[in-house]
Design a protein around this ligand. Structure first.
Ligand SMILES: NC(=O)c1ccc[n+]([C@@H]2O[C@H](COP(=O)([O-])OP(=O)(O)OC[C@H]3O[C@@H](n4cnc5c(N)ncnc54)[C@H](OP(=O)(O)O)[C@@H]3O)[C@@H](O)[C@H]2O)c1
Length: 327
């Protein structure tokens, strides 16, 4: 079968494509999925350099989330069947024609959702609903500042916070990105390359600050955003796409009576599977009622994997980029 190959941890430019890879073996608790699309996520740029939380044995195919059709079911799996349209979290192996995924990491995709949309939905929207619902306990009428608001998780945060009845302030680096965030529900925008983040948030909120900060970017923006939170505010630590993990000043948490909250969706879905399942059902309901409208930057062939990962690294992707072995 065709797949992307990472045979050394030397980065994006050394990835290759093969057409005669051996399909992965099925085990009793897993299913084999014929891949229609695989979402491209920021961690894919790290895993091929050995710089992510886990390091698959070489050689491997990157690609952490897929959508497609089940073609084989393990002997111990009863709730899934051949022919079902599904999305699955595989961590790696998704940039391929077939992937084997543990059954407990697979969810049925509603007919109303195209598989290329589902391919980039689970990680970004799943992470974000967990962050806003279980961690921040976001309430209708609260304000949310979203950093990196046109990226994968950022745009999901704009949509989900809006669906939960919050007012969204979107921050990003270009006018095009801010226009996209506005089209997806943001009420106010801030270009954080050109405007002072803290001062602009304060002026947009009559000096009060925001109730929740959604931060997948890190670096210097984290402290600026923390300084722009309201009393009882919550800072959601999602990730560090800027490449810099910030150090937080504890006195700021004290003075604002606010909380910094870690968000680790990968562990949440293992530790709290029932809550995760309810989150996904809520997301699919919102999708079917038109409250969520994921933006697909493009669906590119597997052969474009190097361009795709470079596009993530150079901040030119808006919404989700998907690789497909079907085109
Ligand atoms: N905690 C969790 O469970 C969880 C789950 C999923 C993802 N994440 C993390 O969330 C972060 C974002 O992931 P994603 O897939 O949404 O990424 P993405 O689509 O590439 O979006 C990241 C955004 O960060 C901003 N950014 C600022 N500096 C950047 C830089 N030097 N390089 C790249 N982007 C930069 C960009 O927006 P501007 O150009 O507007 O600044 C970009 O749109 C990653 O750190 C990822 O590991 C965490």
């Amino acid at each position: 079968m065709k797949q992307v190959v990472c045979s050394s941890l030397t980065g994006i430019d050394d990835l290759s494509i093969t057409s005669d890879a051996t399909a992965p073996a099925l085990n009793p608790h897993s299913v084999r999925i014929e891949v229609h699309g695989c979402g491209v996520n920021y961690p894919d740029t790290l895993i091929v350099r050995g710089a992510y939380q886990f390091k698959p044995p070489l050689p491997f195919a990157p690609g952490g989330e897929v959508a497609g059709v089940i073609v084989e079911v393990g002997s111990e799996v009863s709730r899934l069947s051949v022919g079902q349209r599904v999305a699955g979290i595989c961590l790696w192996g998704g940039f391929a024609e077939e992937v084997v995924v543990p059954a407990n990491s697979v969810i049925a995709v509603p007919e109303a959702m195209e598989l290329t949309v589902a391919a980039g939905f689970t990680i970004t929207y799943g992470t974000t609903i967990h962050a806003l619902r279980q961690r921040a306990r976001l309430q209708p009428g609260e304000t949310v500042l979203v950093l990196g608001s046109a990226g994968g998780v950022g745009l999901a945060a704009v949509e989900i916070a809006s669906a939960m009845g919050a007012t969204v302030i979107a921050a990003a680096s270009t006018a095009d990105k801010l226009a996209l965030a506005t089209a997806h529900g943001a009420k106010h925008t801030i270009n954080y390359l050109e405007q002072d983040l803290k001062r602009t948030v304060k002026s947009l909120t009559d000096g009060k600050g925001v109730d929740v900060v959604y931060d997948p970017v890190g670096g210097d923006y984290t402290e600026q955003a923390l300084r722009a939170t309201a009393w009882n505010g919550r800072l959601l630590i999602i990730g560090f796409a800027s490449g810099t993990i910030p150090a937080l000043r504890a006195n700021l948490l004290l003075l604002k009576g606010c909380q910094a909250m870690g968000v680790f969706w990968g562990d949440f879905i293992q530790r709290e599977p029932d809550a995760s399942e309810q989150n996904m059902q809520q997301l699919f309901e919102w999708y079917q009622s038109g409250l969520l409208c994921p933006h697909i930057h493009g669906v590119w062939p597997l052969e474009d994997v190097r361009n795709a990962l470079h596009a993530i690294e150079n901040r030119s992707v808006m919404g989700k980029l998907v690789l497909s072995p079907k085109i």
